[in-house]
Design a protein around this ligand. Structure first.
Ligand SMILES: [Zn+2]
Length: 213
């Protein structure tokens, strides 16, 4: 078997992640387009939950789009894969259940190139759903940045505008979310007491620090 054939048959996992408005979907679409030009058999999926733009398309903020199949759960992807498919692209992968990890592993072992795009963190800065695991098993991880709406610096955080709803998943757009740099992303968990981890500060100093804060 020539080296070319060997590499063609090797599966791999690519993750494109970052905050909202960072161009994750645009990058996914760019990779899909290149594969289409190369006439490689490709299938594109997205979770049914994400119906912001279109039910049967993956659409970026800059209105680029490719046709996609909406699925209710991760296992549904395996049910819809054709034997001839060489590349599988999945958008908004953070919304899938943990089974997506098994699905991705199975596809890459089968020799499929798997391209995943999704949010790496939620608005609280917590790793989002199956993304941390997928980043760990990926052959390649690309972190993309947005632009901070406060200062224009590169932004790696997603800020959720004040809302009654504190659910992790609240599908929305610029009406609900903004990209922020770390300096302008002010989410602080209520119970976070960093002083508890301080070393070398006596109790009097701790009291003073609490007053200053
Ligand atoms: Zn900023």
């Amino acid at each position: 078997m020539s080296p070319f054939v060997a590499s063609f048959m090797t599966g791999c996992v690519e993750v494109v992640c970052g905050p909202m408005f960072s161009g994750k979907t645009e990058e996914l679409i760019r990779r899909v387009r290149r594969a289409q030009i190369a006439k490689q058999k490709i299938q594109i999926f997205k979770p049914a939950l994400d119906d912001r733009y279109h039910e049967t398309k993956v659409v970026s903020h800059s209105s680029q789009s490719v046709n996609a199949v909406s699925v209710e759960c991760a296992i549904d992807i395996l049910k819809k894969i054709y034997d001839s498919t060489r590349i599988v692209a999945i958008d908004e992968v953070q919304f899938f259940d943990e089974d997506i990890i098994k699905v991705v592993n199975k596809l890459s072992r089968r020799g499929v190139r798997v391209i995943l795009a999704g949010l790496d963190q939620d608005y609280k800065g917590e790793p989002f759903g199956p993304i941390p695991h997928l980043m760990a098993i990926a052959d390649d991880v690309t972190k993309v940045k947005a632009v901070c709406t406060s200062c224009g610096a590169p932004a790696s955080k997603t800020h959720r505008k004040p809302s009654e709803n504190s659910d992790q998943v609240l599908v929305g757009e610029a009406d609900l979310y903004e990209a922020r740099c770390t300096a302008h992303w002010d989410f602080q968990p209520k119970d976070e007491d960093l002083l508890a981890f301080s070393v070398g500060i006596d109790s009097t100093d701790q009291e003073n620090l609490k007053v200053q804060n």
